[in-house]
Design a protein around this ligand. Sequence first.
Ligand SMILES: Cc1cc2nc3c(=O)[nH]c(=O)nc-3n(C[C@H](O)[C@H](O)[C@H](O)COP(=O)(O)O)c2cc1C
Length: 356
Amino acid sequence: MNSLFDTYKLGSIELPNRVVMAPMTRVRASATGVPSVSAARYYAQRATAGLIVSEGISPSKQGQSEPNIPGLYNDEQESAWRPITQAVHEAGGRIFAQLMHGGRIGHPEINGMQPVGASAIAAQGTIFNSGGRLAFVTPVEMSVAQIQEQVEVFVDAAERAIAAGFDGVEIHGANGYLIQQFLSDNSNQRTDQYGGSHGNRARFAVEVATAVSDAIGADRVGIRFSPGGKFHDMNESDPAGLYGTVIEALNPLGLAYLHILETASDAINDDIRKAWTGPLIVNPATVGSARFVDKAAADRWLDRGADLIAFGRYYISNPDLVRRLREGIELAEPDLDTFYSGGDKGYIDYPEAPAV
Ligand SMILES: Cc1cc2nc3c(=O)[nH]c(=O)nc-3n(C[C@H](O)[C@H](O)[C@H](O)COP(=O)(O)O)c2cc1C
């Protein structure tokens, strides 16, 4: 069985271990999407991870979901990311940018724009804003030309990510954001080439992955999915068939990796492992699951064929997570109250375990 502490060659980069820091939104950017200065410290503190996947980054103003999410769609944001990626590299690490287009998971009171979606169907539920939670609004159903514009939005942000020093990008196709809104039947009722059959619902994801790969090289592009996941009001009636189709279409691209949350059954995930011909990252959890991903969950998935394992919440509170896992040092529990607020508190003040 592979060990978490084995090296791994991911595309053109060498990872010193198989521990991935999962993408985590921390809501500490400016109102205009400029990442905070402290983000350099936060990510550099976690640079012993085999790979860091950044918090979700808005690829356009239109694609912004929650408030104070960083962006990668203008020069000021791009420049502000440069010292962050540099700090990670100087600390010996590697970092991909997660490109997160909210689609209908957004609100005019947050970015001043009406969200767009696959169909004009609002998500059930609410989105947080500084003044309290807001009910989701009905998105504008995009024309085919508008969908093509969103593909270009991902390409532009990916090019900016590389210019800002990221080692690659992860396309966020999970957790009910725009790409999954095309995949899931309940949010996509289109009757054109982007709706209906599995192949049609997969089309947007595949077009984004293809266009981004053409722009920056497939070996620098990963994609994340939550097959069958319910977060943000998703409901995929046939995740096995749908993701079978998605993977068949993505395999020939030669992407750096596929990253899945454990939102489907073991049987479906095993089929995904068999069907996917490239590197597989598994995050053995769902959003909000009671148990955080720990070493036992990681080993279970390495045994089932995962190449790399993503850890989320324990990475918030254990900057030296790799060492703690390797040496069996107890993990610190994160403070849930500072996940999405608190400035430097709960962000860059978690200590490393003392030397033994
Ligand atoms: C504070 C927080 C923010 C998150 N933000 C993102 C995000 O921006 N993009 C994403 O794909 N997943 C996001 N997630 C989900 C995590 O990547 C991960 O899937 C989840 O926390 C389960 O893993 P864990 O048990 O190791 O925490 C977030 C989770 C948390 C706790």
